[in-house]
Design a protein around this ligand. Structure first.
Ligand SMILES: [Fe+2]
Length: 421
């Protein structure tokens, strides 16, 4: 990784942390600026949460793990809120059931905004005096909130897609920097023993380490993610009606749920955060499950990459580049430009890998409640790499591991093909 010699690396670290805290907290509010209290309170499925809940839960995280635990004399803004807005931390006690988050019409969106302002001011006042351990938790809280910003966007998209009126969260048109359909090439990957995982030179979630060795067989990666145009070919060729292409669990899922297209497709249009739009054939396909990605790869005579193949290829790319979330506004993946080397490694769409989300050798969870952050979810899920158009810029790294269950597809999920050489 290139050494950091720019001015930002020389500024006071607490000042830099404060700026990122303020910017991150501000972006969350920007994302809900066009939503009514009703928009922000509804829940469209158990996997999704209301926008208001995301705003509240990220605030609970800072109030609990920073203010309550590290600021003497801090009193909770409202002692009833931890029960409502603890997500899954058993160590923090009982909580409101996840599928019923949409029933929380109170507190109101404005009351949650007031709570946010209160907590932001208290964290801002405390930052200069926090211990290194507490500052690490502020850093974790910022990254946690960025994760929820992406979830907030995908959850509101899922909610609005249920409305026959097809409402737009933002009227702004979807950016179309490049529209041409770029050819797909095979790019030979690294082979042999490679170092993989977090190298300890900046923030990383616990599941990204320890750094260790992985063995890569001779392989190639596709130069870009699979496009909507290619997905149309898969559909036209009977991809969704050919059981031999599918994993057994995937076929059962597709039959039970009547799956025949990616999520949000209807005729030649798909639903976006700017409402219904014509499908762009050159843009990466998105809102597909692991099962669909795996079936497509089988149809294409290829396979999904392993997470280690992906990481080795991504190491030379800028993780803050590509199509990522910079500010509130409609997001939808756009086509890649050029057609030679690897493109869209970061941003655009999360890429399903064939790797199970399991601990790396030597992985240990942290003591206390934050030890529940990742480790306890290492069962039955697959790793996705590279981030999406809805991932806040600054959040990603080559070692970043996202994870979802194989049937889930309301995130901006896509795929990049790989093959053995
Ligand atoms: Fe969370």
């Amino acid at each position: 990784m290139a050494s950091r010699t720019d001015a930002s690396a020389r500024t006071d670290p607490i000042e830099a942390l404060t700026r990122r805290f303020v910017a991150t907290r501000g972006l969350s509010l920007d994302l809900v600026a066009t939503l009514s209290d009703a928009d922000a309170s509804a829940q469209s499925m158990p996997d999704a949460s209301p926008a208001k809940w995301h705003l509240a839960h990220t605030t609970w995280f800072f109030e609990t793990f920073i203010l309550r635990d590290h600021v003497a004399g801090y009193r909770l803004f409202d002692e009833r809120y931890p029960y409502l807005f603890n997500s899954y931390y058993e160590a923090e006690g009982p909580r409101h059931a996840r599928p019923q988050r949409g029933l929380l019409t109170r507190p109101s969106l404005d009351e949650i905004r007031d709570w946010r302002a209160h907590v932001d001011a208290a964290v801002g006042d405390a930052l200069q005096d926090l211990s290194p351990a507490a500052l690490t938790l502020v850093e974790l809280g910022i990254h946690h909130e960025q994760q929820h910003q992406e979830l907030l966007l995908t959850d509101i998209k899922h909610l609005f897609a249920q409305n026959p009126l097809g409402p737009a969260v933002w009227d702004a048109p979807i950016a179309r920097e490049v529209r041409q359909f770029s050819a797909m090439n095979w790019v030979k990957g690294a082979e042999g023993i490679v170092a993989t995982g977090d190298g300890g030179d900046g923030f990383a979630f616990d599941c990204e380490g320890p750094r260790h060795e992985a063995l890569l067989a001779p392989h190639a990666l596709a130069s870009r993610p699979v496009t909507n145009g290619e997905w149309h070919e898969f559909i036209a060729d009977g991809g969704y009606r050919t059981p031999s292409l599918w994993l057994s669990d995937g076929w059962a899922w597709a039959q039970a749920d009547g799956i025949e297209t990616p999520a949000y497709w209807r005729d030649n249009q798909y639903f976006t955060l700017a409402g219904w739009r014509d499908i762009d054939p050159g843009a990466p396909v998105t809102h597909i499950s692991f099962f669909e990605a795996d079936a497509f790869a089988a149809w294409a005579g290829a396979r999904l990459p392993t997470e280690f193949e992906w990481e080795a290829a991504a190491a030379s790319f800028d993780p803050h580049g590509g199509q990522q979330l910079d500010a509130a506004g409609a997001v939808q993946p756009v086509a890649a430009g050029g057609d030679t080397d690897l493109q869209q490694m970061f941003g655009s769409v999360w890429e399903w890998t064939g790797s199970a989300y399991r601990p790396y050798p030597g992985f240990r969870t942290a003591p206390g409640a934050v030890g529940e952050y990742n480790g306890k979810f290492m069962s039955g899920q697959f790793v996705l790499r590279g981030g999406s158009c809805a991932t806040p810029r600054g959040h990603l790294r080559a070692s970043y591991r996202n994870f979802f269950y194989p049937h889930q597809r309301w995130q901006f999920t896509g795929l990049r093909l790989a093959k053995d050489l």
